[in-house]
Design a protein around this ligand. Structure first.
Ligand SMILES: [Zn+2]
Length: 334
């Protein structure tokens, strides 16, 4: 019997093997580990930040595709990425000599650039993702993430056991992460086959598709530059996201203490829905002593503020896989 090592301790080969077996967090760790060097490698070939970002996205997209299809690197990952970037840069250079492109791709800030604009944009995307979830998932996220109620108090509201609440909340959090990735991928101006693929990319990256669908998505990605590029960007966003496959950081420090308003009205039919945005975007649950209004009066910004914790970029220089944190903390000196 051996203890499970943290991702930090694992060599690339183990992470590749785990990613090959469908572990999205293992791939996210590979991305985090090699992102700085990959940016440096791409910068050596790129003539603009946009081209550099494209090369990075494409290289991680190809890496993930290779790993998922049983190929990919056998040893260290960075040499493999470097070779890919070099080959892609050469291909682009050859293509540029014969094709004069008039299409100017939009400048984009990197996803990990966390300023106010990015945070506001992210809040909107989280709210949009939340709105796409099944009502049952919205309900359990509302009670457990927004109202911060423990499973034992949510159980009677949903008419299920506390254990079932915990399991439902787990699925709903994973569903929110997939939906959050998905709202980054507009598909309206794509062809039918691309639309089908793009609609499934969020779940594909998180390993949430059936084997058959996963194969058909993978086959399309092999042959479609556009969808593969979109996948590369989502893979990067996924790697930036906090929230591993175990327990996410729920920010319990903001939980109010003392007597609380009973959650909801005690009847499942009164489960919350997303209401219109409130003026000023006030966060009505942030003070311990304030009485909180009922769920129906909370706006999408409050949904975003609370559930964003599940989708926020991971803190820098700290291993951002919450499920592993407790084990690390236990080993760390006091
Ligand atoms: Zn496509």
């Amino acid at each position: 019997m051996t203890t499970t090592p943290t991702f930090d301790d694992q060599p690339d080969t183990d992470l590749v093997a785990a990613a090959r077996a469908g572990d999205a967090e293992a791939f996210a760790e590979l991305f985090r580990r090699h992102r700085p060097a990959t940016y440096r490698a791409a910068a050596a070939y790129a003539s603009s930040p946009t081209e550099r970002d494209d090369l990075v996205a494409e290289s991680f997209a190809r890496l993930l595709m290779g790993i998922r299809s049983g190929r990919g690197p056998e040893g260290a990952v960075m040499p493999y990425l470097s070779r890919m970037i070099r080959n892609m840069a050469i291909d682009r250079w050859r293509l540029d000599r014969v094709v004069v492109s008039c299409e100017q791709p939009p400048e984009r800030e990197p996803h990990y650039d966390e300023d106010g604009v990015v945070a506001a944009e992210q809040a909107t995307l989280v709210a949009r993702a939340f709105a796409t979830l099944p009502k049952r998932w919205q309900d359990v996220l509302w009670y457990t993430e927004i109202d911060q109620e423990p499973p034992a108090r949510v159980a009677p509201l949903l008419g299920i056991t506390p254990n079932a609440v915990a399991a439902l909340a787990y699925r709903a959090r994973e569903g929110l992460r997939q939906a959050y990735l998905q709202v980054h991928t507009p598909s309206q101006d794509a062809g039918e086959r691309c639309r089908t693929t793009l609609r499934q990319l969020g779940a594909w990256i998180r390993g949430g598709l059936s084997a058959r669908t996963e194969t058909s998505v993978g086959q399309h990605l092999e042959g479609c530059d556009r969808c593969r590029m979109a996948m590369g960007e989502l893979a990067m966003i996924n790697a930036e996201m906090s929230g591993g496959s175990e327990r996410p950081d729920l920010g319990r420090e903001s939980r109010p203490t003392g007597p609380q308003r009973p959650p909801g009205t005690g009847h499942p039919a009164a489960a919350p829905t997303v209401g219109p945005p409130r003026a000023g975007g006030a966060d009505p649950g942030s003070g311990p002593a304030r009485s909180r209004p009922g769920p129906r009066t909370l706006g999408r910004w409050s949904v975003a503020a609370r559930t964003r914790r599940l989708c926020r970029p991971a803190p820098r220089r700290r291993r951002p896989v919450p499920g592993w944190r407790s084990r690390t903390a236990r080993r760390a000196p006091p």
